[in-house]
Design a protein around this ligand. Sequence first.
Ligand code: TYM
Length: 325
Amino acid sequence: MARILTGIQSSGRPHLGNILGAIKPAIELSKNPGNESFFFIADLHSLTTLKSGPERGEYVRAIAATWLAFGFDYKKNVFWRQSRVQEHTELAWYLNCFTPFPMLANATSFKDKSEKLADVNAGLFTYPVLQAADILLYNANIIPVGKDQKQHLEMTKDIANRFNILAGEEILVLPEPQIDERIMTIPGLDGQKMSKSYHNYIDIFLPENELKKITKKILSDSKQLEEPKDPDLDITFQLYSLVASEADVQTMRQNYLNGGYGYGHAKQALFECFMEVFAEPRRVFNYYMENTAELEGILVEGEAKAREIAQETIGKVRKVLGFSS
Ligand code: TYM
């Protein structure tokens, strides 16, 4: 039996990158009866960049609704908000004291964010330690994530190892990342990695006319309609090939190569594909966004299950560190 665990920050509404890079692959894994899945909303992590409480509440609901919209079976598995299980922050403090300063200072995501953000706070710096705590609390084996999280997973293993050496036994289980090579980094509107912080993301739950408008904003080169085009260099084609059927992708590829097919045509086809492929998730998402009491009930049910397991691990860790009575 493998334990699968992953989280999404509530720093914005989930975008296509989160959905294709993390949510869908994680749900696929969760369907294997041999797996037990732990999916949570990383609302504490979102505090590093988002300070508004009401906005966070809205994003937490949107992320929870997305997991349900893509078919996560919350009854069979564990589904909760990180902030409601206090053992996450407790373990994060202990692990901070097992994390060498240079490991955090050299983290790519910290360097990246500290160059881009005005508010470079200590939470941003110790972000990977809280992430390690999220994973290690639940003895998770497999962590489905996008490529950008690979280094965080390496750090998690390193930190767990340091703790286990002190303990003299494997108290904390070393996890493995699972990254789908094909969808490692979903491109955004500008071709860079799709990201909330780059403002280049596609929100597939937008009302139809807004989703259409956003799709039209995908960057393309200045080739004229009649000219042949290289599909592999085009962002619209890349996105289309991630959501459309194999046959439709081949047709679009041929249209690009033949010429007489403009980027406007491709964007319209992509928009129509979004509306078709995501029709059911859009319906379920809207249902939960309108029925927030039901959503809240689901999360509260999940946090009780999560807490029970987290407390077991924390008990063992406290004992090793001399914090138990
Ligand atoms: P976050 O919220 O930034 O992203 C959530 C997940 O979506 C993936 N992702 C992408 N995948 C492919 N292409 C993209 N353009 C793209 N953008 C985002 C991310 O790789 C991630 O898997 N630190 C995590 C949240 C977290 C977590 C954890 C994850 C907190 N604790 C424990 C796993 C285990 C994060 O920032 O996710």
